[in-house]
Design a protein around this ligand. Sequence first.
Ligand SMILES: Cc1ncc(COP(=O)(O)O)c(C=O)c1O
Length: 698
Amino acid sequence: MENRLTAAQVLDPKTTPMVVAIVQARMSSTRLPGKVLAEVAGRPMLWHVVNRVSRARWIKRVIVATSENPADDSIARFCAQEGIACSRGSETDVLDRYYQAAREYSADVVVRITADCPLIDPVVVDRVVQSFFDKGCDYISNALHYTYPDGLDTEVFSFAALRQAWQEATRASEREHVTPYLRAGKFRIANVENDVKISRPLRWTVDEPSDLDFVRRVFAAFSGKKDFGMEDVLDYLNMNPTIQELNSSITANQGYLRSLYDEAGSGPAPPRPLEKSQSWLRRSQKVIPGGAQTFSKGHTQYVEGVAPLFLERGKGCRVWDVDGNEYIDFVQGLLPNLLGYAHEGVNAAVARQLSEGHSFSLPHPLEVELAERLTRLVPCAEMVRFGKNGSDATSGAVRAARAFTRRDHIACCGYHGWQDWYIGSTTRNAGVPGAVQALTHSFPYNDAGALEKLLEQQPGQFAAVIMEPVNFTAPHPGYLQQVKELSQKHGALLIFDEICSGFHFGLGGAQKRYNVIPDMACFGKAMGNGFPIACVAGRRDVMKTFEDIFFSFTFGGEVASMAAAMTVLDVLETTDALARMEAQGRVLQDGFNTLAKLAGLSDRLVCVGHSTWSLIKFRDADGKDSLLLRSLVSQELVKRGVLSLVTHNLTAAHDHVAVQQALEVYAAVFKTAAGWLEDPDPARFLEGKMIQPVFRVR
Ligand SMILES: Cc1ncc(COP(=O)(O)O)c(C=O)c1O
């Protein structure tokens, strides 16, 4: 069947497809046995599900599909009493259960609903079914990434696609969870996005006692009103925010992740061919000190002999090395590729600019347009100057601050680039004069007292406080405001280094998210989706100092990168790219932590931070950083096709398929690592030289 309907078909009841909702239900939940018949507002939960789904206009029949297990007889009895169609099948092969039920009821289109979602909304169900027909795909869902509350999950697929999955899917997880095979890359799939913006993950599904408590409270609040829907519940929760706290700490998709973990193989993966990589490294080391232009891209950052050393090509979230091996890339050039490699819109804008010239003898209007746009988007920006690297921006801002305040000392927190003023304060300070080193003082994050003490040590001498407003630790409530007040009190300018937080934490950066406006801010990395562009933006009177200091270089006004930046801003302003990144990043981060727990490694492997830029902590048995564990995990990830340093640098191109693949890889790697860590000498499993740290700054 062609899944796209003509207008005539939509209007003709004889030819409209048979859309059947199949509600899967079983009594034997491990976390909350019998939940599907648990009482909610005087009725079994399943009654609410069936009743609400039946109200969707597109649904011609609702069938409960349960197992033949005697424990599920009570579900069959309940259906018989209520006159609900019930189909029984395999307990573990739920894909078969669906297929048989869909065939029995001559379904053209199947809507999959699970019985643990009593707040399912018929309006949402209709919207997903409608989108299925509008888009003409094989499978559509509103849960490929969460823009709807978890618990309104509606999956819609054609009977033909179901039959194909039923014939071809072989893995236990694909049979038990019905739809993974449909989402694994073979079919035309799509996600339906919520028009209602939801600022945080909401959990409305029932897996645990606290979920049931939550759902009962919501139904009680609407007692007497039968047809309340998502928006009513959202309004209610906005007015009663503590209700959602009842179950907010529970992670989604636990059952699926357990299946992934159970079926993951353990043991080292076979090596990949890397001869060309090795040969390029030999050539490179003869002519390029260190063999790379950036420390973090060098051969010491991965397990030597196991990992690729040179990449040749990238598209979306994937890269290919010089030997032709493919990887899901969580490094993304060290964060710049916000939209993924070779983004067509960005490349087209750059190509257009290249055809007209891009390094001119006088300024180009695009400089003004981009600066104007940034002043609209970034709260602190009244004026803007451009650079190429993040270090241009941070060093320019520091120089401007010194000139503006006529002071020399700098307080810093985080990493700020390769220039003398900053790098002199780290352990990699060779070549930086002692006099320069003595002017920069670092202070710890989230400790306003420590900053106050530092500023008091040399009163009247600090030109600026420069800091990453956030990286992998969220600021304590009020902390950034305290930093601002302390800077003001001591006459120092506040500079936010938003080279990383800029755009990964939202348009407008962390300053907008946390509503603390600095005097200046620096952006770079993600601005041009891989094209070299950075900027300092800030208060007009401070930015005017750039007219007096020397901040001037040949490529400062290079316009192809500005064309790239304009397109990046277009995409971020007009699409849900950032929301998708956040949602996929959350699935990845929660999945990582759940799998680590299943492997018994939750105190050794932890993924922390914001979902678009999360950090993996590798710990030894004493809780200290473990380079050995990092190396072992990195070795096994890369052999299985996942390229990663210690962070997940999400892009808008990391789609559902990539994230699920990565989670499968994590399942196998953690299972393997768990076995190795029981060995008295886990280092013997290392197949090459251990990773060497560049230096710790975060
Ligand atoms: C927070 C932060 N500031 C500044 C920089 C320096 O940027 P660049 O390497 O582009 O000079 C970096 C680079 O990683 C960074 O993470």
